[in-house]
Design a protein around this ligand. Structure first.
Ligand SMILES: [Zn+2]
Length: 419
């Protein structure tokens, strides 16, 4: 069988694996929170809080969707016309058109163009966040964060680009197989190693001071069978008023991280509810499942790009002879951008199901639906969410159930428990 034939078989195998993993490990069949409870929860929220959340979300919308559209147009303009391949060529020229210069510098230039075109929208978003009092880091802090994230992505991007095109040169007929394995490995590396390396670039972490809350959180984790080494406080207030918590690390390195904003804004019972939700993620290995589906998806994407990349009309549009050239990188970016936009609602749906399961875990672990509901109210009001967002936006991009859904889940739990 030819490499192309094997690629088809591999793509079919990866697709089946992805579907099986998603079907078995994502809790698809969670009963939705009763709509009557959701509407009752919405009525119970202060009208001005609902109005402010909706106003804020509406203020973000035009820039957000324009940025999405502009990003897509730029990716298509670079990838489906010879513009992008020419850019890669020009950037590689001072180095005699060496493949490594084209691959790394040309590739980064393509990404940089896309970043710069959407930069005004990012700045505009920051101005909205500041106007609504959600961002606290000021323009210089914002710029420093932006440069840090550019630097982190440039380092990872350079390594990935060099590795990818080096493999193509070493195995011109079978690069897609190595590329697929490499992409899967990279996803795992980014998921498990990156948080440990990158978190300290953006935040400082200090152990939570000894006291009843810390004791309660540690003992709850032990009771849940998810022992944690430490409870850390992140200095998130440097840049935001938003509140959050998460669990990171595996096994002996597992730790609970709470934002200092959460400790400042919420009652101890509410902090406990948030941490119980995060322990649910750890207990159900949600990060591992997400990483597995991401790795399978990335491997399938590389094989699909290889197969699509032998399609003549596409190559002619991009002005390249083969998808394996660094000059064809903009074409790959265009295809990946389109695939990302198409996959977004599916990823959002999977995420909402997993989040709803973590909510159910939190309710069962704490047995305190009142604290859970007041935490949801607080999250919604501090983070200026729309408690019951427009359906289309919810379906396309909501990673979590809405505030009223989460409040309704608490009410349904309270009824069940009272029985
Ligand atoms: Zn969660």
């Amino acid at each position: 069988m030819s490499p192309r034939g094997w690629a088809l078989v591999t793509l079919a195998g990866l697709t089946v694996a992805l579907v099986v993993v998603a079907a078995l490990l994502i809790p698809w069949h969670r009963p939705p929170a009763p709509r009557a409870d959701q509407l009752a929860a919405l009525r119970d929220l202060p009208a001005e809080q609902v109005a402010k959340g909706r106003e804020f979300r509406a203020a973000l919308r035009p820039g957000g969707y324009t940025a999405l559209a502009v990003g897509l147009l730029v990716a298509l303009a670079l990838g489906l016309t010879p513009l992008g391949s020419r850019l890669v060529e020009v950037v590689g020229r001072p180095f005699g058109g060496h493949w490594a210069a084209q691959a790394v510098l040309g590739g980064l230039a393509v990404v940089l163009v896309a970043d710069l075109v959407t930069l005004p929208f990012a700045a505009w978003r920051q101005s909205v966040l500041t106007r609504y009092g959600l961002s606290t880091n000021g323009w210089s802090g914002w710029a420093v964060d932006l440069l840090k994230s550019y630097a982190v992505s440039a380092v990872i991007g350079a390594v990935a680009l060099f590795g990818f095109y080096a493999v193509i040169r070493l195995a011109p007929r079978w690069w897609w197989a190595f590329g697929a394995a490499g992409a899967a490995l990279l996803v795992m590396l980014l998921s498990f190693v990156l948080p440990v390396l990158v978190e300290p670039v953006f935040n400082r972490f200090t152990p939570m001071e000894q006291g009843p809350l810390r004791t309660e959180l540690m003992s709850m984790a032990a009771r849940d069978g998810v022992p944690v080494r430490d409870v850390l406080v992140a200095d998130a207030s440097r840049r935001t008023r938003a509140v959050n918590a998460y669990v990171s690390g595996l096994g002996p390195t597992r730790r609970v991280v709470v934002y200092d904003t959460l400790l400042r804004e919420a009652t101890p019972a509410e902090v406990t509810a948030v941490v119980a939700h995060e322990l649910g993620h750890a207990k159900d290995s949600d990060v591992a499942v997400g990483t597995l589906t991401g790795a399978l998806g990335a491997a399938a994407a590389v094989v699909a790009l290889y197969l699509l990349g032998s399609w003549g009309p596409l190559l002619r549009l991009a002005g390249v002879d083969s998808v394996a050239q660094p000059r064809a990188f903009p074409l790959l970016v265009a295809l990946v951008t389109v695939a990302g936009l198409v996959a977004a609602p599916v990823q959002a749906l999977m995420s909402r199901r997993v989040e709803a399961r973590a909510d159910a875990h939190a309710l069962a672990l704490t047995g305190d639906p009142v604290a859970f509901e007041s935490m949801q109210r607080r999250l919604g009001s501090v983070n200026l969410g729309d408690p019951d967002p427009p359906r289309w936006e919810y379906l396309y991009s909501a990673s979590h159930p809405s505030t009223v859904e989460r409040m309704a889940a608490a009410r349904a739990y309270a009824r069940e428990a009272g029985r």
